[in-house]
Design a protein around this ligand. Structure first.
Ligand code: HXC
Length: 264
């Protein structure tokens, strides 16, 4: 299917099982307007339902921005009642993240500010180009993060740094973001997409149930007590041992060959 504000490529660049989604409003630094919101929500639903795809990469078009935030021009026209009654940003913060059980990576290729930073942090992990800049500058617009920034940034980099970022609205360089554990690694901009697609390709080559289960387990660490999380982990582990791919994966190891996954 086709979208107006994003592009979607399955088996991107020939990488089997990897869906590449690209925010495509480069003239507005890929600002997140309601069109992108609708397209991205639909694209994630399509990705979730497509059994041939097992890892997605989200990036921005152009070499300047992943996304420079929610669309300020669009927001400037809305009243508080519009935001509240429409529960504006709700699909971003809940549906995309919680309903996408399969892994996805944010490849941040420039500015990731406000809603752009928040969108990147919804990914399972972030790979950044060397010119990436992260920030929650909403305070300068008289508002505050509204798509999870105050919560996810704080969980990712801790209270002091998150508080300083939100209260000053300053930008964080890619290197600082790596030191703060906001991103897994920083690569030269020219290599970003190849690196992200290769990493996604590795994930997409895994047994699908195990990939989904591993994601579910790590995410549970943010939602549960340690005891609850350990029980959940053990139960999912036990369920996986009943899968055909567990039998195949262990046989493949013993026979010194690659696994041939059934996805069951
Ligand atoms: C709408 C935006 C935009 C945005 C950039 N543009 N960011 N349009 N919404 N968030 C547009 C500009 O208006 C301009 O269009 C074009 O993109 C290029 O931007 P410039 O400012 O000319 O580029 P530059 O000088 O290089 O500066 C880059 C920048 C700056 C530092 C990233 O654009 C900037 O500060 N943007 C806003 C960042 C921000 O505050 N984000 C948080 C938004 S609030 P024209 O047509 O003028 O050429 C948010 C809230 C989410 O995200 C949670 C809900 C409450």
């Amino acid at each position: 299917s086709t979208y107006e504000t994003i592009t979607v490529e399955k088996n991107a660049g020939g990488t089997k099982g990897v869906t590449l989604m690209t925010l495509n409003r480069p003239k507005a630094l890929n600002a997140l307007n309601s069109g992108i919101l609708a397209d991205l929500t639909a694209a994630f639903a399509e990705y979730s339902e497509d059994d041939t795809q097992l890892c997605a990469v989200l990036t921005g078009s152009g070499d300047k921005a992943f996304a420079a935030g929610a669309d300020i021009k669009e927001m400037s026209e809305k009243a508080a009642a519009d935001f509240y009654l429409d529960d504006f940003f709700s699909p971003w913060t809940s549906e995309i993240v919680k309903k996408t059980r399969k892994p996805w990576i944010a490849a941040v290729n420039g500015f990731a500010l406000g809603g752009g930073c928040e969108l990147a942090m919804m990914a399972d992990f972030i790979i950044a180009s060397d010119n990436a800049k992260f920030g929650q500058p909403e305070i300068k617009l008289g508002v505050a993060p509204g798509m999870g920034g105050s919560q996810r940034l704080t969980r990712a980099i801790g209270k002091s740094k998150s508080m300083e970022m939100c209260l000053t609205g300053r930008m964080m360089s890619a290197d600082e973001a790596e030191r703060a554990n906001l991103v897994v690694r920083v690569v030269p901009q020219a290599d970003l997409l190849a690196d992200a697609l290769k990493t996604a390709g590795t994930i997409a080559s895994m047994p699908p149930m195990a990939a989904i289960a591993n994601k579910e387990m790590v995410n549970a660490a943010f939602e549960m007590t340690l005891d609850q999380g350990l029980i959940m982990e053990r139960r999912i582990f036990q369920i996986l041992t009943a899968s055909e791919d567990k039998a195949e994966g262990m046989a493949a190891f013993i026979e010194k060959r690659e696994g041939n996954w059934k996805g069951r």
